[in-house]
Design a binder for this molecule. Sequence first.
Ligand SMILES: [Zn+2]
Length: 381
Amino acid sequence: MCKNFWWGQVGDENRMALISWDSMSKPKQEGGLGFRNFSCFNRALLAKQGWRLIQYPESLAAQVLKAKYYPRSSFWEATGGHQPSFTWRSLLKGRELLKEGCYWRVGNGTRIKIWKDKWLPKSHNHLVHSTPRDLPAEANVSALIDHVNRAWRVQTIRQIFSHAQAEEIISIPLSNTDLQDELMWGCSKDGSFNVKSATSLARSIDVIKRLKHKASCSSESDGRWTKLWKASATPRAKNLCWRACRDALPTCVNLYKRGIEIDVICPICGNDYETLTHILLDCDFARDFWRKSPFRLCTSNRRLCEFGAWCHDMLSVLDEDQSGLLVTLIWGLWSLRNKWVFEKKRENVEISLGILLTVGVAMLLQWSHKKGSARGRGQGL
Ligand SMILES: [Zn+2]
């Protein structure tokens, strides 16, 4: 339905006005479950329109908008302007999401601002972490490139940036020809935009916002476990999650504490003690898992250290379906760890996630079916 509203022209004010941004963003109590998800989907569609403006600057819509709102800059840098139309404000909303999910692939560096844009391939958020020095704050990446020899100005870079980031910059390959910088969508493999991953990014931004909001005005709830037991997941997954929250799973460290002579270092990464928090949040494998999961979580800069506290915090801002997904993923991550430890099988994270989501849903359906038929026979569960 919303698609029909949307696939029209960018400049078509009436059509776009059918989706009121504010009404989509209403909290759950006011609008029901669908709205929040719908709002994420809507933002993803707006981001898609923004992506098209960037990819096809020659299109009629792009030219009309440029003439009106950003005659001397790009869509990427454009501001709200004077009395912006609903269409334009909506596109700027979409651009916010694009800015979260996009990063630049360096060509000649003329379109990328060193300290403002995302362009480092490996660093967290793709941003430069140091404050501007030696070059103006608005300087472009172009200033770091020796355009005659088509090479990085290594000495300047080492002077300005931390050792790690300098090495990261120098390792970015430069083209032999004068290529334009290219905007990449960081949530897909090939760097091209798609609505599905944008919706999931919007959702994870919402979750983080709610977590932050809750952190600023929270009080410890009495029904600590209620959210877990209400989650739409199988009892098996919920039980595993409950044991994980109470640190009651046989990790190497827990076995050692019980007097079993065992190596306590993580058998997957070898970088730390194998505690539950390490396995489920801090291990390289776990970080990759959560980053690629539908929640797109970055577990390395979380607020709460221990797994149990983290899990409760997450559950407190998720609805039943989302909680079910979280619980199923935790169960899956533990199973993947066991496969590694007992069968020496290291699974591919993306494939595992795909299987997990399918298997998780199938198990849940099977369980609900069983529960339904047991009730039907008057036995109850
Ligand atoms: Zn590890």
